[in-house]
Design a protein around this ligand. Structure first.
Ligand SMILES: [Zn+2]
Ligand SMILES: [Zn+2]
Length: 191
């Protein structure tokens, strides 16, 4: 059986709705689910092959998007959340019981501060922005994927209409570089 890239991408990349206004995410517990309510659509939704993002079982990639922090509220069973790795730049809040990551938040000074990282497949609603690109593709090799199969993985993304990168997309790398350039004084802070 061919490995799953991600359930949202395996059968073609379904387009989101431009006026979609949000919905609720749930963890995988059978009862007393942690619920997170998002009051807008996500941005920069993408597949990610890094080892830190939460992936559904059997999937090689995570699908992760961002949303402004003020558009996210934990609306049920918040007591079940814990932070997976308190030393990481992204504080990933996961359910203690089922292990699903509900949202990742940046508390330290960072280019993406003010944005939370979320996985829209935890929602039953349709209309979320579809994945726009694939990031950190080669990272799946570090997690045990046979290097000889990696071009086949890139081909699957291309078939789904997604560009593949081995870091983030150029647009997001530019955001990080701009932040770093301002911070180290090489770039005008007025930009
Ligand atoms: Zn749970
Ligand atoms: Zn990742």
């Amino acid at each position: 059986m061919a490995p799953s890239i991600h359930p949202l991408i395996d059968n073609g990349n379904q387009k989101g709705e431009p006026n979609f206004s949000g919905g609720t995410l749930h963890c995988h517990c059978p009862t007393n689910k942690v619920e997170v309510t998002l009051s807008s659509n996500v941005l920069h939704n993408h597949a990610c092959g890094c080892s830190k993002c939460w992936k559904p079982s059997n999937a090689l990639f995570s699908v992760v998007g961002v949303i402004p922090t003020d558009k996210l509220r934990v609306t049920a069973n918040a007591h079940k959340l814990h932070i997976v790795d308190p030393s990481a730049a992204i504080q990933r809040n996961a359910c203690k019981e089922c292990g699903v990551h509900l949202f990742g938040r940046i508390e330290q000074d960072h280019a993406f501060k003010g944005l939370d990282f979320v996985h829209v497949e935890l929602s039953d609603e349709k209309g979320w922005q579809e994945p726009q690109f694939a990031a950190f593709v080669s990272s799946i090799i570090e997690q045990g994927f046979e290097p000889s199969g990696i071009e086949g993985v890139r081909e699957k993304f291309r078939e789904a209409g997604l560009q593949t990168y081995d870091v983030l997309s150029p647009a997001l790398m530019d955001v990080i570089a701009t932040y770093t350039g301002k911070k180290n004084g090489k770039l005008s802070s007025k930009l």
